[in-house]
Design a protein around this ligand. Structure first.
Ligand SMILES: Nc1nc2c(c(=O)[nH]1)N[C@H]1C(S)=C(S)[C@@H](COP(=O)(O)O)O[C@H]1N2
Ligand SMILES: [Mo]
Length: 206
């Protein structure tokens, strides 16, 4: 599959032009962009706040479901992180606002058998991550970017952001987290993308 065709042309900005600490901040093989490209396999879905449910299930002591209003009422955090896409663009300093994954984990209480998490989108997109990757302060269920409601193409009104891994490990249009005893590959992971997706190790494809 030719991913650059699928995802359109990139707009390069040489790393030096951004003046940021290039070498230790930009993972190997990545280039910086100030634009925020849209990468979606599916077409941008509709969102119905009445029907929306955020579900947490599987290997947790307290499976639960939240309505849109309930999700919006959870405590919010603000944090800034870098995006690294497997197709080689990176974007620094994305200011997010949303619900910390810590908040969800506290409520759900993963069992001793929980070792992996499947992120679910209402479109059917999925992506799998180790529980350890999601148990971190920088993981957020994002509702805002740059002070504004997250744009629909970027997963608005609700997406996951897990900055330590390539961005396909951050599901747009998030509506559930499934805690798993064993790993199971998600949408791109069955199509040749690396299961582990560490940008610093350049774990892109298998
Ligand atoms: N539901 C859904 N989530 C997704 C994707 C997708 O196609 N569908 N693409 C992934 C990939 S490959 C990337 S790089 C990022 C892109 O997010 P962006 O379009 O906001 O840049 O979303 C990830 N999450
Ligand atoms: Mo990607």
């Amino acid at each position: 599959m030719n991913l650059s065709k699928l995802f359109g042309n990139r707009q390069d900005t040489p790393a030096g032009e951004q003046g940021a600490a290039g070498a230790d901040r930009l993972p190997p093989g990545q280039y910086l962009t100030k634009k925020w490209p849209v990468l979606s396999y599916e077409s941008t879905p509709k969102f119905d706040p009445e029907k929306y449910r955020f579900k947490v299930w599987g290997e947790v002591e307290n499976p639960f479901e939240l309505t849109w209003t309930e999700l919006l009422a959870l405590p919010r955090v603000q944090l800034t992180s870098d995006i690294h896409c497997v197709t080689t663009w990176s974007r620094y300093d994305n200011a997010w606002e949303g619900v910390s994954l810590r908040e969800i984990l506290q409520r759900a209480r993963p069992t001793a058998n929980a070792h992996f998490v499947m992120e679910h989108s209402w479109t059917g997109y999925t992506t799998n991550v180790p529980l350890a990757a999601i148990e971190d302060d920088d993981v957020i269920i994002a509702l805002k970017w740059d002070g504004k409601d997250l744009e629909t193409e970027h997963g608005g009104p609700v997406r996951l952001v897990l900055p330590k891994l390539y961005f396909y490990k951050s599901a747009k249009w998030l509506n559930g987290l499934e805690f798993l005893p064993k790993d199971r590959p998600g949408f791109w992971e069955v199509r040749g993308y690396s299961n582990s997706a560490d940008p610093w190790q350049e774990e892109r494809y298998w």
